[in-house]
Design a protein around this ligand. Structure first.
Ligand code: AMP
Length: 114
């Protein structure tokens, strides 16, 4: 998926402010942060939307949450709390079609989200 911007970030072809990476996932700071800390956790494997998760990919989703937990702790967010969000397709607000978990923290979150 050469044209996918998040694949290119994963491969190191496009710079990003990476905070974590392993064989399965990469985490980097969002270019347009919506909170004092706003990090995206993506899988290295190209998966367009949450609708495209198959049985194999369920383990990847688990790793994304594991990485989010580790990054939240490293960023000092664990005790106060934080939010994780994955948008799906147009009505869900998805704009980049390579799944990503938003990790937001550093301020009070509101509910319901807009
Ligand atoms: P979503 O609307 O859920 O698809 O979220 C896409 C997110 O990706 C937005 O919060 C963007 O600000 C962010 N984004 C897009 N391009 C980049 C990039 N090159 N580096 C970091 N964040 C990006």
């Amino acid at each position: 998926m050469d044209e996918c911007i998040f694949c290119r970030i994963s491969q190191g072809d496009i710079p990003a402010d990476k905070v974590f990476e392993d064989d399965t996932v990469v985490a980097f700071r969002d270019l347009n942060p919506q909170a004092p800390t706003h990090i995206l956790v993506i899988p290295r494997r190209h998966i367009a939307t949450l609708n495209d998760i198959d049985n194999d990919a369920e383990a990847i989703i688990g790793r994304m949450y594991g990485a989010a937990r580790e990054v939240a702790a490293a960023e000092g967010l664990a005790e106060a709390g934080f939010r994780t969000v994955m948008n799906c397709n147009e009505a869900g607000g998805q704009t980049v079609f390579h799944i990503h978990l938003h990790l937001l923290g550093g301020r009070m979150m509101h509910w319901p989200p807009g």
